[in-house]
Design a protein around this ligand. Structure first.
Ligand code: C2E
Ligand code: MG
Ligand code: MG
Length: 665
């Protein structure tokens, strides 16, 4: 019976609606609830009453000495039979009903034994008084024990019948008989009535206790439901951020105090924004629910915990001890989502279903021992997973420069880079192949540590993108280019590398416009190189930003073409002024296959109407090939290495009318 139904039945029983017939199950419950105390009461009662019963042997000896030896023997015999039998029942765990029956039988038998062994006494006067004492047995049946009503009535009726029979035999006067009979009858009536009241009272005490208990259970359940609600993510049903934080604290405490190792994993649904935009929010929600279910199922086997950490990001905490296990579970999670095969036709990386990227970290002994650290490390591993093309899992590796503590140092360095002048720009010429003139220069960023050691762009640019430092650094680069080379008209065109993160940032085009008006430089002197890399999702914000930049006269170039996933679709979406073909294609040209590949790529780009630039021109053979393929522009060590602004300006000053810079530094 559920609590709600039970509660209704208890209410009805308490209101005592006469029409309401209470289900047997409620009485069954009452029986089972009262069984234990009734067993205890029966045991105490039977022992106490038999002690009293035996003590009455004294009054037997005083009042009816002639039959006392029979009555006392009867008392002892009854005790010797009933008590061991009762104890046997009690210890073999028989029900309170069975024990009560024994007590009732014992009571009646004890009464009969006393009555009929004493009845032949010659001390009739004494016995006529003594008979009134028999009423104690009736009181015992109705009041002393906690018999159920029927049993009390049966046993006290038996006592009443016995006394009436004895009266018939006993040689008393009619007055005496009438007095004793009425005394017994009224005693029977009163004690039976009190017994009935008592039984009713006991039942209503039970009902009230029941009601209180149900109320309490309901309150506890309501509290638990509320607590669960406040800790559950409404959409997916997994834990929400708040619960995640608490759980993380628990895992952390167990690790700190008991050395129980655990792993934190961040799971990000790849290209989810695109999914949402195309399939609609309802489908998006459905997709998140399916992913959450798949993750929960996988993680349950590992006694892990799952929560929703952000829009399309989940977190998993699991008790794990080795990195191999972490890698295995992270991969299992990735596969679980891949296996769902949820269609996602809008992604442009060759996959057409929903996948996740997983970044995992395992707790390890460290000096600073901060809880946030493990999340931070999982986040960095996730970043690496995304940078590796998504739909993959990565475990944080403290020795990997991209995810390691070293990148923390770089992040710290970047925060003070412009202030401490740790960052600078070098310029590399871009030559127009037909005229031999330097048509443009590319600005490349350089970062130095405080001790002067150079940090490679491949190390600091990803960190700057991850931390957002690229936003300020990017604007600083544009401003510096304008001031160093463009304000004084040193060169006609400078290309600046711009990260997709900058294009996505609100107000980027406006900030560029402000720099142009502040320095008085025309937008047509700038080209922005965009690499299809890390975050290749072509947001509408990015397209809008590109349109705004074009309106400022800025040219948009596609950098490192062929290295990413989205190159072709980007070519379709954006009207690039120039496409820079990645140097790897040129460097592969020592094989016929490689050469054919480059020829095809050049053809493709040219046919789309873009100007073609090839990077990494290092040798005369490269130059010859470039001419053969009729590529428009070249860049590489053969034309000129990247040099600082001052060197660039002075070299330019030596040969200004060349309208370019030819000498490699
Ligand atoms: P990128 O834009 O493709 O830059 C060309 C890279 O090729 C430069 O490396 C350059 O020094 C190198 N290079 C030029 N000619 C040759 C050659 O003939 N042979 C070889 N092997 N390499 C050559 P660098 O300066 O290390 O820059 C690496 C990447 O860092 C850049 O690739 C660009 O993606 C990124 N980067 C550099 N500066 C910036 C910046 O200001 N902002 C952003 N967002 N990214 C930047
Ligand atoms: Mg570039
Ligand atoms: Mg490039």
């Amino acid at each position: 019976m559920n609590d709600q139904r039970l509660s209704a039945i208890v209410e009805t029983a308490l209101l005592k609606k006469p029409s309401a017939t209470l289900p047997k199950s409620l009485y069954g419950l009452y029986q089972s609830e009262s069984d234990k105390p009734r067993r205890r009461i029966a045991r105490q009662g039977i022992w106490l009453s038999f002690v009293m019963y035996l003590l009455f042997s004294i009054t037997d000896a005083i009042l009816i000495p002639d039959v006392a030896r029979y009555s006392i023997t009867a008392r002892v015999l009854v005790g010797l039979i009933i008590l061991p039998f009762f104890e046997y029942q009690y210890h073999s765990n028989q029900s309170s009903n069975a024990l009560d029956l024994t007590c009732a039988v014992g009571l009646v038998v004890a009464y009969l034994a006393w009555l009929f062994t004493s009845l032949p006494t010659d001390y009739t006067v004494n016995f006529s008084y003594y008979m009134f004492y028999g009423c104690i047995f009736m009181m015992g049946a109705n009041l002393f024990f906690s018999f159920q009503f029927q049993l009390s009535v049966i046993s006290s009726t038996a006592i009443l019948a016995s006394v009436l029979t004895a009266l018939y035999i006993f040689p008393g006067s009619a007055t005496y008989r009438l007095t004793l009979a009425t005394f017994y009858l009224s005693c029977f009536a009163f004690t039976t009535y009190v017994n009935w009241k008592l039984n009713k009272e006991r039942f209503s005490v039970f009902l009230n206790a029941m009601k209180a208990r149900i109320r309490q259970t309901e309150a506890v359940q309501r509290g638990e439901a509320l607590l669960k609600l406040s800790r559950t993510d409404a959409l997916t049903g997994v834990a929400n951020r708040r619960a995640v934080d608490e759980k993380l604290r628990d895992f952390w405490d167990d690790w700190q105090m008991l050395g129980m190792s655990f792993s934190a994993m961040l799971v990000d649904v790849d290209f989810f924004k695109k999914f949402n935009d195309f399939y609609g929010h309802q489908e998006g929600d459905h997709c998140l629910r399916l992913v959450a279910d798949a993750l929960s199922e996988t993680i349950n086997k590992h006694h892990g915990f799952i929560g929703r950490y952000g829009g399309e990001e989940f977190i998993i905490l699991a008790p794990i001890t080795t990195e191999d296990e972490v890698a295995e579970l992270a991969e299992g999670i990735r596969l679980a989502v891949e296996d769902l095969r949820i269609a996602h036709e809008q992604r442009r990386d060759g996959t057409s279903f929903v996948t996740v990227s997983v970044g995992a970290a395992l707790v390890r002994p460290r000096n600073d021992g901060k809880l946030e650290r493990i999340i931070h490390e999982a986040d960095r591993a996730l970043y690496t997973a995304k940078a590796s093309g998504r739909n993959c899992s990565r475990v944080f590796d403290p020795n990997d420069p991209f995810t390691s503590d070293e990148s923390e140092n770089v992040a710290a360095l970047l925060r003070m880079a412009t202030r401490e002048k740790l960052v600078s720009l070098v310029y590399q010429p871009i030559q127009h192949i037909a005229s031999g003139e330097t048509e443009a220069v590319e600005a490349l960023m350089r970062l130095r540590m405080l001790d002067g050691t150079l940090v490679l762009p491949s190390q600091f640019i990803p960190v700057a993108e991850r931390t957002g430092a690229i936003l300020d650094l990017g604007l600083w680069a544009i401003r510096t280019v304008c001031q160093d080379l463009l304000m004084d008209g040193h060169v006609s065109l400078v290309s600046v590398n711009v990260s997709p993160i900058q294009l996505k940032a609100p107000g980027f085009a406006a900030s560029v416009a402000a720099i142009l008006s502040e320095t008085g430089v025309s937008g047509s002197k700038l080209a922005f190189e965009i690499t299809e890399g890390l975050d290749m999702e072509m947001h509408s914000d990015v397209l809008r930003c590109i349109a705004d930049l074009k309106r400022l006269g800025i040219r948009i170039w596609l950098d490192d073409f062929g290295t990413g996933f989205a190159g072709l679709s980007w070519l379709r979406l954006i009207d690039f002024d120039t496409v820079k073909i990645d140097r790897s294609f040129l460097h592969d040209c020592d094989t016929t296959r490689g050469k054919a590949m480059l020829r095809d790529i050049v053809g493709l780009v040219r046919n789309r109407g873009h100007s073609v630039l090839i990077e990494g021109v290092e040798t005369d053979e490269h130059v010859a090939l470039v001419r053969e393929l009729e590529i428009d522009k070249v860049q590489g060590f053969h034309v000129g290495r990247p040099v600082a602004a001052k060197q660039f300006q002075s070299a330019y000053a030596v040969n200004p009318h060349l309208h370019g810079y030819r000498k490699s530094a």
